[in-house]
Structure formats: C-alpha cells, structure tokens
Design a protein around this ligand. Sequence first.
Ligand SMILES: *Cc1c(COP(=O)(O)O)cnc(C)c1O
Length: 486
Amino acid sequence: MTSTSPTIYEQSVPGRRAIRWPEPIGPVPLEDHPGLLRTRPAALPELSELDVVRHFTGLSRRNVSVDTHFYPLGSCTMKYNPRAGEQAASLPGFSNLHPLWPQLRHGGQLTQGALQLLYELERMLSEICGMAEFTLQPLAGAHGELTGIMLIAAYHRDRGNRKTHIIVPDAAHGTNPASAALGGYDVVSIPSRRDFHMDVDRLLAAIRPDTAGVMLTCPDTLGAFPIRIREIAAAVHAVDGLLYYDGANLNALLGRVKPGELGFDVCHVNLHKTFSTPHGGGGPGAGPVGVVERLRPYLPISRVRARGDGTFFLDYDAPKSIGYIAPFYGNFAVLVRAYAYLRLLGRQGLRATSTAAVLNANYVQERLRPHLDAVNPGRCMHECVFSGRRLTAMGLHTLDLAKALIDRGVHPPTVYFPIHVPEAIMIEPTETESPETLDRFCDAVIECLELARRDPEALRLAPVTTPVGRLDEVAAARRMDLVAPE
Ligand SMILES: *Cc1c(COP(=O)(O)O)cnc(C)c1O
C-alpha cells in the first residue's frame, strides 16, 4: 500500500564517509580517561554527503507546511509567515548577539538595538491588548498560561486572599486546566450547554469567594464571541478574582477589541499564531503575557526599561516578581519576527487582518453549511466548527474525511476538538488565504462527502497518495518503535 524510502540507517554502508577528519596533531591522551572510551563504535549511519543531502531533501519535500499546502488547523492560526520576518531575524546585528553581552559596553551600544526592539514590542502588545505591561519571556502559549496562573497566585498571596480554584469552561484548550492545576489550583470545569456553547449562567453560579480566577478563550473554541463577557468580569472581580484571557484566538479581534477593555486582567498571546512567527514541529514559539496595572509588580524579571536619554536597560529590581520563567529574554529570534510583522502591518494592517480572517471563516462556514452540521447558527468569528456526525450514518467518521483531504492536497483541519462536539471538525482558514484557495478547499470537502455516500470504502482507505497510508494510531502511540537497528 505504501512506498516508504529506506531509512538513513538502511542506506548506511560501512566505511562510507561525508567528511574525513585530519589526523590529530600530537597525541590525544585518551588513555587518561579509560572510562570514556567506547567499547564498540557508535551505531551511526555511514553515508556520503550527497547521500545525506538527497535523503533529507527528499524527506523535506514530503512535508506538509504552510509554504506548500492550505493548512486550516482550527485554533492554531497557521497563517503565512512573511519572508520579511525571516530577513529581519537573520540580520547579523540580531543573529550574532549573545545574551551575556553587556547592556552598554565601553560607552558602545552593542545590545541597545535589541533592548529597544524588546521594549517596543512589549509596548505594542500592551496597546493591542489594552494591558499595562507585557513580559516577552514565556516560550509557548501553554508556558504563558502557566506564567499567568503564577501571577494570579502571587497576587492572591500578596493580598492574603484564600483562594482554592480556577474556573474553566469544558470547551477550553487542554492547556488551560493543565496550567491551572500546575499552578496549584483545583480546576472547576463548566459543562457547555446542549447546543455546545458556553453556559454563562452556570459559570456565573460557580463563582465563589474562594475563586482565584476564571480562564476564558475569546472568541471561544467554537469561534463564538462570549457576549456576556462584562457580566462575567464583574462577577469575578466582585470576589477579588482575576479574569484570564487565553489569547490564542486574538486573530479575530486584532485592532478591534482590546481584552483589557473587556475586563480581562491577565492575557497571553501566541506570537507563533497571531503574529505570524513560524510554528509546527514543536516550536520554537513565544507566548508573551500581559497584565493590568495591579499585577505589574509580580511580572517576571528582567524588565526592559527606557531611560530619559533614549537608552534602554534591564531592570531586576522587582521584590514581588515571580522571578525568571525562562532563561534570559525568551525566544529572541521569534520576538524579532513578530516585531517585524507588527511594523510591516501597522494599525490599519492589523485591523484588516482580523476583518479578512473573520470573513474567510464565515465564507467557509456558509459554503459547507449545507453539507455538514455547523455548530454556529449565525456568524462565526475567525474559525468555524462542524460536527461530522452525518458521516456516522454511512459507517464513517470525521477522521475518514480528514484523511481523504490529504489526498486532495490539504492539511486536515483540527478534528475531535473541541471534545464536547461529537465528530468535531474545526476550520481556521486565516486571512492569508485567497478566495480561490478557500473554494478549492470547500470543493475538496464536498467531493469527499459525495464520495462517502457513493463509496464509503474509498474514504476508509485514504490517504493513498502519501508515502505511508492509514496508521494504526493506537499502536503508533502505545508501541513506539524509535530505536535504530543495531
Ligand atoms: C494553541 C493554543 C494554546 C497553547 O499554545 P501553545 O503555544 O501550543 O502552547 C492554548 N489555547 C488555545 C485556545 C490554543 O489554540
């Protein structure tokens, strides 16, 4: 069924080399360290340089990425990463920096440009989110959430508040309850209503004097805007709790709505989603965290500050700070890309981004509405969610549709999330896709659904154009085979 190329180990020929090292000059005193000597050679593949280049170039061409395919993963905002951001990040003044260089050396300005960039990026994010200050340190969205929860905990400790739990709607990204639990709180999960939407009444009723905070995704994971947000904020604040904004979906609000003005106290944004820095394959990402005035004292050290004379310095004088949450200053090269993106787009550009992101999602929602069950009866925000439960009548599942899309040149959308929607399909087209691409995608989905009615077996066999066909996913997770042959 599949045509896999040999692994790099299978291509190995004993003695074949890419590089021949010169003989060492003088003796290498290995005999001084007998315990360090290998008893047999390392089991590394032996190949020529050309073998290696062809092998990895071949694999890279099988990769699916935003640069090669439409990639509508819901909630992940797989937008195009402009090359200008890459160019900025590779400028030698940034890429050759070392984090231990002095802030001002011999009156020179070796790191001043980098500090200024961090300072300005932090100010821009603060303005976009309506927050007093941001930290750029967190290395991912989930890391930002944990930072936010640590800030909430520091606030309550400092005020002598006795707080036990964080409230999280059940539709939230799994990182929300995980972060709240890691931060030392019990998690109170609020079940969604029967129509899958957030149960605001139930959430309000769950807020008690010992509620530390509420974590909300906004727009929520169904791509809906929680319209009673101010009511929720008032109820949390009435018990001196804090409202946390999971800003992974900020793409829908960019330049239009500031979380701070809705009543949120802490927020994280995903630079690798909304602000176009590359993601996938595990990173590197960046999940900066913004706070309102009263949480400022707890922000991680160090802070970048501006002096009156136009120079910048790192400030470690923060007795109430939660300390470091990452080495040095975060993923600096990712921050440079996000900065470049913001400067390229400007105020008008950011507004245009959210307009097009929401328009594109609604276009897809309405084209697919006759074919799948949309969970939003009306307009959606930046993503649309369907239930694929009609497929079950044909003995098929959402997974079969996802796999069939791969054969049609599309990375599958998010499936089976949010978990409370049966056979969920979540599509986030982003603003960077053209109407032609969206039409090709919708045509492909509709074609697969027609095929499902005619020939369900064909869907069950998909994908057939990939080097590896349908995997036994349980076995792939439970019985991993990652060891190189001896
Ligand atoms: C992606 C995402 C996160 C987590 O961000 P990571 O950078 O993957 O850790 C949290 N919440 C929502 C809604 C997300 O989409």
